[in-house]
Ligand binder design. Sequence first.
Ligand code: GLA
Length: 365
Amino acid sequence: MTDVHRWEVPGRVNLIGEHLDYNGGPVLPIAIDRSLTIKVRSRDDAVVNLWSDLPGSTKVSFGTGVQPGEVEGWATYGAGMVWSMTQAGHDIPGADIVVESRLPSGAGLSSSAALTCGIGAALNELFGLGLDRTRIAQLAQRAETDFAGAPVGMMDQLTVLLGEVDHAVLMDTSVSPPTTTTVPVTWEEDGLTMLVINTGAHHALADGEYAARRDECERAAAELGLEWLSDATLDATVRLTDDTLKARTRHVLTETARVRGAVSAINRRAWAQLGTILTASHASLRDDFQVSCPELDVAVEAALEAGALGARMTGGGFGGSAIALLPIDRLSAVRERVEARYASHQWKPPQTFVVHAADGAHRVT
Ligand code: GLA
């Protein structure tokens, strides 16, 4: 019986900087204290077995030479990570991998990045591959784009690997790989908390809308002769002929400015100002980038009505989760208001939970 290694791998919420990680802009996510547990042990027969406690999942087995299209469902991400590592020339002799989740999947909280990066970090250590965290994030991104077919940026992977307790991770995505610094987040010391509202609405990055936004941003940057859309000026958007591309560009530029404003507000503990910036980000994602949905809009409105300082959708959008920054003594009021507004639409009650900034993937035993 070979050794079993146990890893804890967090999900993430993005505080601000949405849809900027493929536009060369800054992003400011936190790893959260909702995680996956991943247990691994080695095999030497070129077989990978994956088990999970996700609803409806069964054991999935594949060879270490697995190819895109050969594995479906939740296990795609695990198989994609093994594929990405072997494609890059790293030897994976075989493994048994068990995944237990306290991180809702399909909630826009990066359970897929937690899975790819957690497996990557665990196999890296198990087989002494010598990869650093940024390299693991790059391989995980490749698993998502080229194996699972979701053309994502690198924000989620870097966050679940490099997150730090009580800190946000500020990334500069204009360089490849993105560079990161940490920003202390201290709102809890001032009586505030961050609530996640998981709308339960459909969230599927691979279903075309995410790729469509990415394509629009690339077209706008090309029309302006820029490598990165986040480098455009507001004046330059006048030169764009298409109204949709103008609106997408407006979001990218205003969001880039909001990230800078948010970092400054966090450093000054100017929480009301941070809240205003978060809410403005939501409006921009709803109106200019058009990646929100009724369930997210109602969650944000209800949180604000009940006393949140700010609220916004987080992650790719089209469902998933919203976050709200609120005084701890408004927590029940916000929850009740969100539930009441959902009930009035006859929507299933959303799942709500408080999150704290947590450490990135780490081995526990
Ligand atoms: C998803 C992607 C990220 C990022 C966000 C939007 O979470 O995985 O790379 O693009 O959407 O900010």
